[in-house]
Design a protein around this ligand. Structure first.
Ligand SMILES: [Zn+2]
Length: 225
């Protein structure tokens, strides 16, 4: 394959002008169609919304530069997608089952200072991703959290314990999220996998919740926002 061919192929100045016009028209069409979808700007998208954006994107993309892809055909594709979107949105409003199937439902990740591990496994996320998200919301340890929900748009909603209700819990910042090497019978330890917190007699004790054997020293500082 010739390098010049990859970059230029049969590009002429006439084609460049045509591409510019096509891009302007398709860009306007995308804007109009996104407006027609009835959506406002959104921080994160659900799977269903991503499917719509991708479909609109590929329908709009081809006529921008492929010279035998007429804009009229892309227009029909985009109309179809928007009608589908409106239909499915309507179906989701009418039926809770369809909504849960397409958008999913919020999942409980932390409850009473402990990771809810069965829900977490369902969601193919790793601990690290949850911990990172919680750190960004200034969670220092799991004992600060009453409930944490993974919303359908991928955001984590966190309900904190008040200052006096804060429990001992698993630290999630790296300076404290470390496997303990010395046992102190006066100290609380937290399972590094599920957050189970208790005193220990020996450090290779098996976690009663998840059978993990890694323990970190717990914290009980109150959440500050
Ligand atoms: Zn555990």
């Amino acid at each position: 394959m010739d390098l010049i061919d990859i970059f230029l192929h049969d590009t002429t100045w006439g084609l460049v002008v045509e591409i510019i016009i096509r891009c302007c028209v398709m860009f306007l069409l995308i804007l109009i169609f996104l407006k027609l979808s009835g959506k406002r700007g959104i921080r994160q998208l659900s799977i269903f919304e991503i499917a719509i954006i991708l479909s609109l994107g590929s329908a709009a993309g081809d006529p921008m530069f492929i010279d035998d892809a007429p804009i009229a055909q892309a227009f029909v594709v985009m109309c179809t997608i928007i009608i589908l979107y409106r239909l499915v949105t309507w179906a989701m409003m009418k039926s809770k089952k369809i909504e849960i199937f397409l958008e999913g439902k919020p999942l409980c990740i932390v409850e009473n200072g402990l990771m809810v591990t069965q829900d977490m496994r369902k969601e193919k996320y790793s601990h690290d991703e949850f911990f990172a998200e919680m750190r960004q919301q200034s969670v220092e340890h799991l004992g600060q959290i009453k409930v944490a929900l993974l919303e359908t748009d991928g955001c984590l909603s966190i309900l904190f314990y008040g200052k006096d209700e804060t429990k001992w819990g698993l630290p999630i910042f790296p300076n404290h999220y470390k496997k303990s090497k010395n046992l102190d019978s006066d100290v609380f330890y937290s399972c590094m996998y599920c957050g189970m917190t208790q005193r220990l007699i020996h450090l290779d004790h098996e976690c009663p919740r998840c059978k993990g054997k890694d323990w970190a020293e717990s914290l009980n500082t109150a959440h500050i926002n």
